[in-house]
Design a protein around this ligand. Structure first.
Ligand code: SF4
Length: 224
């Protein structure tokens, strides 16, 4: 039988993708000037949050100098800054900032995960690397069984629909990607689509902060 301890230990010690394992170690060794005093995590990053959560949020991957440095999902990078600020606004986090593992952040009824657990060069994982990592996501979803799933960006959206049948035992039609779309089919959980809250998407104007907030406002309304 699967357990959280078993799953997270396997994730942290995983070496299935040699390209990524050597990249995250190299980033951890070279560091970024601003974080030169940090002891980088430099290993695959497990999920973070409430293990009985109704809301599951799936992102792309740890950021090279974010979660790959701090060892916690969405911690220490621009995407995490916005996500946690919004989660706090809608009651899913006890504070609006996420800077390090020991910052006292607690998520309420919410769990954060990623399509792959090792930071990829240029945020571009290979299809084979996503496939390698999917087993962990399947196991995580089976352990949590969330009622609401927010997919941050296209890679999370593609990954989730690829593994859907392995988690739930039945297939569903994949909707067209559209920011803000809420989708449910038969006995599936509610699936909510949004652009990724990356700095790039915000800089280019693809995602405005208020549009990202609206997604979580809708989730909160759905939850009743
Ligand atoms: S991306 Fe996933 S499967 Fe690949 S090495 Fe990292 S943890 Fe393992």
């Amino acid at each position: 039988m699967d357990s959280w301890d078993k799953l997270n230990s396997e994730i942290i010690n995983c070496t299935r993708c040699p390209r990524l394992v050597s990249y995250i170690k190299e980033v951890a060794r070279k560091k970024k000037k601003a974080f030169s005093k940090w002891e980088y995590w430099g290993k695959p990053v497990p999920g973070f949050g409430d293990r009985k959560a109704e809301l599951f949020i799936l992102g792309l991957a740890p950021a090279a100098h974010g979660a790959n440095r701090t060892g916690r999902m969405f911690t220490g990078d621009a995407s995490g800054d916005l996500l946690v600020k919004v989660l706090h606004k809608y009651g899913f986090a006890n504070k609006p900032v996420s800077v390090s593992k020991d910052d006292g952040l607690m998520l309420k009824n919410c769990y954060l995960s990623a399509s792959i657990r090792c930071a990829p060069p240029n945020n571009r994982p290979l299809a084979s690397e996503i496939r390698n990592c999917s087993e962990y996501l399947i196991r995580e979803l089976k352990l949590i069984r969330p009622k609401y799933i927010v997919l941050l960006g296209r890679i999370a959206y593609d990954t989730f629909f690829k593994i859907f049948e392995s988690v739930y035992g039945f297939g569903i039609k994949k909707p067209k990607f559209e920011h803000g779309l809420i989708y449910k089919s038969n006995n599936s959980p509610y699936i909510i689509l949004t652009y990724h809250p990356s700095q790039r998407n915000r800089r280019t104007g693809r995602l405005r902060e208020e549009d990202f907030e609206d997604v979580f406002k809708k989730v909160k309304e759905l939850m009743g």
